[in-house]
Design a protein around this ligand. Structure first.
Ligand code: NDP
Length: 325
């Protein structure tokens, strides 16, 4: 038997508990892994608490990220003993995920664990850090350089936000962090933010065109914040949208697009092709060091996952949570 977080939905309601499962119950897959570490993302917290319909079938083992050691493999790409990394591809939503001692996976979803990181470090980064990297790469591809001006990062204390600040700062950008937790300003400045603003400046309906402030924006929260971010980007600038922590709506106007030629890039990490994943993880390996990862992460065990899922959604966790299995 192996230990797992199991989400069930029946007459007794929606529940997530740590329980023992028979490995024979694991779904089909051509690679079986012993999970070494997983992590807690916003999406995992929604799945575990049931606050949003992330889980599509029950029972479900959550965990959209994992690092594991290959136990058996029918794939040419991986052999027994290899360390593999998985982010997304619907794992933890429609296929049993990483918050368990074992997982059975499709090899097409896996990449080799980057040599720059051990399992815990890769999970300190997880989907959040990898999404932050994809967002920064989109701004770079747009041609934005530090000389163009400051970059705004919203949802700054969250996983994606924290990594976006660290990465942008390491690349020499002037970063402004938007947060609802001004008491965490010192942490955000240690990550590399030059200035911290109160997220309430952005979270209500604003003018369609506002003062041009940002060369680019990494937005993690959507809704009015994203609309205000677009309205205050400089001529020709770009905004990346990856999240919906404030809301899924986008109450904006076309004004900044047609009068300032700004661009909005949608960032999806879940179905991203393997080649882009490998590029993003290579960049993360070049940019982040041990100290960065320690600063941004906390470490828990499987038993604490349900409690931490509630804390994460209540906004009392900053940075990232590693789950050591
Ligand atoms: P976290 O929970 O770690 O961080 C979210 C942050 O958003 C919070 O820390 C808070 O930052 C801010 N926030 C929360 N509620 C509100 C609100 N009502 N209004 C404004 N800001 C708010 O989540 P992650 O960093 O892991 O993920 C961020 C978002 O990105 C989520 O919506 C997630 O689903 C999405 N995501 C999308 C991916 C993709 O592939 N597109 C991949 C990964 C994540 P603060 O306290 O500093 O204000």
């Amino acid at each position: 038997m192996v230990k797992a977080v199991l989400i069930s939905k029946d007459e007794q309601g929606y529940q997530a508990n740590v329980t023992q499962i028979d490995p024979k119950q694991l779904p089909e897959g051509d690679v079986q892994v012993a999970v070494i570490a997983s992590t807690l993302n916003y999406k995992d917290a929604l799945a575990i608490t049931g606050r949003s319909p992330v889980v599509r079938q029950f029972p479900m083992v959550p965990g959209i990220d994992l690092v594991g050691e290959v136990l058996t493999s029918q794939s040419d790409r991986f052999k027994v003993g290899d360390h593999v990394l998985l982010n997304g591809f619907g794992v933890g939503e429609t296929h049993w995920g990483g918050l368990a001692e074992q997982a059975s996976l499709n090899s097409d979803w896996l990449i080799s664990l980057p040599s720059a990181f051990n399992a815990q470090q890769a999970m300190a980064i997880g989907t959040a850090g990898y999404t932050a990297m994809l967002s920064v790469m989109a701004l770079e591809k747009h041609g934005i350089t530090p000389s163009h001006g400051p970059i705004l990062v919203t949802g700054a204390n969250g996983g994606v936000g924290s990594y976006a600040i660290r990465i942008l700062s390491k690349l020499g950008f002037d970063v402004v962090a938007s947060t609802g937790r001004l008491h965490e300003s010192d942490y955000l400045k240690q990550l590399g933010a030059s200035d911290v603003i109160d997220r309430s400046e952005l979270s209500n309906s604003g003018k369609p065109l506002q003062k041009e402030r940002w060369a680019g924006v990494v937005d993690c929260v959507g809704s009015h914040t994203l609309a205000n971010a677009c309205a205050s980007v400089k001529y020709g600038g770009a905004v990346t949208a990856c999240g919906l922590a404030q809301g899924m709506d986008f109450p904006a106007s076309v004004a900044p697009f047609i009068l300032r030629g700004i661009t909005l890039y949608g960032i999806d990490s879940v179905m991203r092709p393997i080649i882009d994943r490998e590029k993003a993880w290579d960049r993360l390996g070049e940019l982040l060091d041990d100290q960065d990862l320690e600063q941004i992460s906390a470490n828990i065990g499987l038993e604490e996952v349900v409690e931490y899922a509630h804390k994460l959604l209540d906004g009392s966790i900053r940075g990232r949570v590693i789950v050591s299995i």
